[in-house]
Design a protein. Structure first.
Length: 190
């Protein structure tokens, strides 16, 4: 497991410019505290030959001082938590393998001078695969992606002017179907 704490000087973010517009610039400092854990579980010791599970989990709390309000907020558009699990079973005495992958990611709001929003996909992306390791000397894998019908979402609040002293102009919310993703991968020398 990795645990970390960072003080970041001159972090890049959206800042107000002298002409009243916004641009990419530096804020004096930010902090990041978090952890990441990566694990692999081999199932051979309990009798399930050829099976393994890889897990990754991470979380971060970060803070920066907002250049408009002076209040502490999250760093704009940063991944602050994630989980990934990959399972694979190579069937003993065969050239067949199968497995599944699951992923979840969360991002902080993207904060601009006149709006705040966040885009994401999920809540969980999952896929399943079956693989044959010798089809005429080639490795062939069939994958069904987005097996849990993850969606693309985007939400934002837009203000009539700068968000620290202006009323809300409108709210936007998008919810788009991604649909299943089918793949056929062929590897080897042709």
């Amino acid at each position: 497991m990795k645990v970390y704490a960072h003080r970041v000087d001159d972090i890049i973010d959206i800042i107000p410019l002298e002409d009243g517009s916004e641009g990419v610039g530096n804020l004096p400092r930010a902090t990041r505290f978090g952890f990441e854990s990566k694990s692999t579980v081999q199932f051979d010791p309990i009798g399930w030959k050829g099976a393994r599970l890889d897990l990754t989990i991470g979380m971060e709390r970060n803070r920066v001082r907002d250049p408009l309000t002076g209040e502490r907020r999250e760093i704009s558009g940063e991944q602050d938590r994630y989980v990934s699990a990959s399972f694979r079973h190579d069937i003993p005495n065969s050239k067949i393998a199968w497995g599944a992958n699951f992923n979840h990611q969360h991002y902080t709001n993207s904060t601009f001078l006149t709006e705040v929003g966040r885009g994401w996909e999920g809540p969980v992306f999952g896929s399943f695969f079956v693989e044959h390791k010798d089809v005429a000397g080639l490795n062939v894998r069939a994958i069904v992606g987005n097996a849990f019908n993850a969606r693309h979402r985007f939400e934002r609040t837009v203000y009539t002017g700068r968000r620290n002293d202006s009323p809300v102009s409108y709210y936007q919310s998008q919810d788009q179907l991604i649909g299943p993703i089918f793949e056929l991968l062929v590897r080897g020398s042709f």
